[in-house]
Each structure stands twice: as C-alpha cells, then as structure tokens.
Design a protein around this ligand. Sequence first.
Ligand code: PEP
Length: 284
Amino acid sequence: MQSINLRKKFIIGNWKMHTTTADAARLAKAVVDGVGTEQQVVIAICPPFTYLALVGEILKGSYVSLGAQNLYPEKDGAFTGEISPTMLLDVGCRYVILGHSERRHILGESDAFINQKVLIALGASLNVILCVGETLDQRKTGQTETVLDRQLVQGLAGLSADNLPRLIVAYEPVWAIGSTGHHATPDQVQQAHTFIRRRFGDLFGEKAAQLLPIQYGGSVKPDNAAAFLSQPDVDGALLGGASLEADQFIAIVRAGISELKTEEKSTFPQSHNPNLERPQLNAP
Ligand code: PEP
C-alpha cells in the first residue's frame, strides 16, 4: 500500500516515572518556550499523574498539549490507586498513552485489558496513542509480524469508525527502547510501519489506513530523528529519554518540521481529523 501525504508529524514526550514538582515545571516551561508559536507539528507531553495539573497550567495558552501515560478503564468507582478518563479530561489531558511495553511487560497488561482502556479512552474523546512492538526474542525468532498483528487486532477490537480519527499507533520495538544497546534501523522501522498500515487497512479500510498516524519510538534522539522521520510511513516520534531534556525534545520537533518541508506536504487541509491533527492553542 502506497503512502500519501495526508499526515502530520506527531512529536510526543513520555516522561515516564521521572521529574519532581520543580523539574516538571522547569521542563514544561522550557518546552513551551522552545515550541513558541510552532503549529506545523503536533506536540504533546505526558508527565506523571502527580504533575498533570501543574503542567496543564503551564501549557495553557501554548501549542503543546497535555497527555497521560495510562488510565483505568472505568469512569469512576472503587478502584484504589487508579485514574479514570474523566479525571484526565478534568485536568486538561487530550492524549493518553496505552499499551506501552513497560505496562505490558513489567505490569503484565494483556491485550484484552489494553483494549478495554482504548475503548473507554476513545469513548471519552481522548486521543489514544496505542503502543505496539515486539521483544528482541520475538524479533530473533521471526515473530515480529505475528506479535504486531495480535496487538493490533486485539488492542483495537470493537473500535467504531467514529473512533478512528482519534487514534495514533506507536511502533515501539521493546529491544530498542531506552539504553539497551540495540537500535532499530530506519529500514526496519519503515518495514514494521508498512506492515502496521497494511493490517490496519485490512481491519478498517484503506482510507483509514492512509490517514492513520504511526509514530516510531525507540531511542529517537536529535542525531537520528531525521533518519526515522524521513521514512514515508513514519508520522512522528514517541520520545522517552529525549523528552526529559527540553533542548533534545525541541531539536526533534525541529527535525519533524524540516521533514515536513522536505516532503512539501501541501495537502494538509484534507486531513481527516481536525481535532487530532491540528494543534490547538490551549485555552489560557
Ligand atoms: C519509550 O519508552 O516510549 C521510548 C521511546 O523511550 P526511549 O526514547 O527512551 O527509547
């Protein structure tokens, strides 16, 4: 399936379990200042739950959106220690990361549980970043496509066409995340993204597949960002480590902008999803 230039670049930072109150405020302010009035690339940061409200205040009036790293698939109730989609919306979140490999592999989340989260998040009008990706063992034993297939089919079960415009898929090979010493090549990433887009097309139709933003995540840094972002099916980056340094984060945003210019993406008004794809100035 050939890609067409309908998709923006999404640069999203996952702060994981890092920062303190002071660090979070400093980092968020530096990102807002660095991004300035940039609107060509969609930008979001996902701090820990405890700093969402604080960071949300700092992002007001900027083009940087707020995201969360997880949620519990219920509106409210007796779920000690959990956070609902309603609570995320209440503090100004527009995005939520679901199915991150650290939640799959460290916290034992199943595809079925992730699917419940995806459905409730989309139902609550949050934009969802669904992470998929194989482990090193799975890649070495030739199971990459089987794993991606399972994570997509099960993770996206029951999605309606109305929900598709708020979905981003992030390809994150587990072996390339963090300081593992392993790096995916741009070719490997493009191959996986092509597979994801093709399978998404089988599930939801070719038009939806062409419009689906697919981010890459796995040790993306300022010095390799352009190589990934220039791949035809790479529509942005999900950043871990690099999102904790404002300079690195902004440098990758700039790489995304340069890539858009290179691709001469003059067809943006055709975007299927103004809510997801057009950066919004957060209400002050
Ligand atoms: C991640 O955990 O989603 C990630 C991409 O991390 P890093 O950029 O540090 O590899």
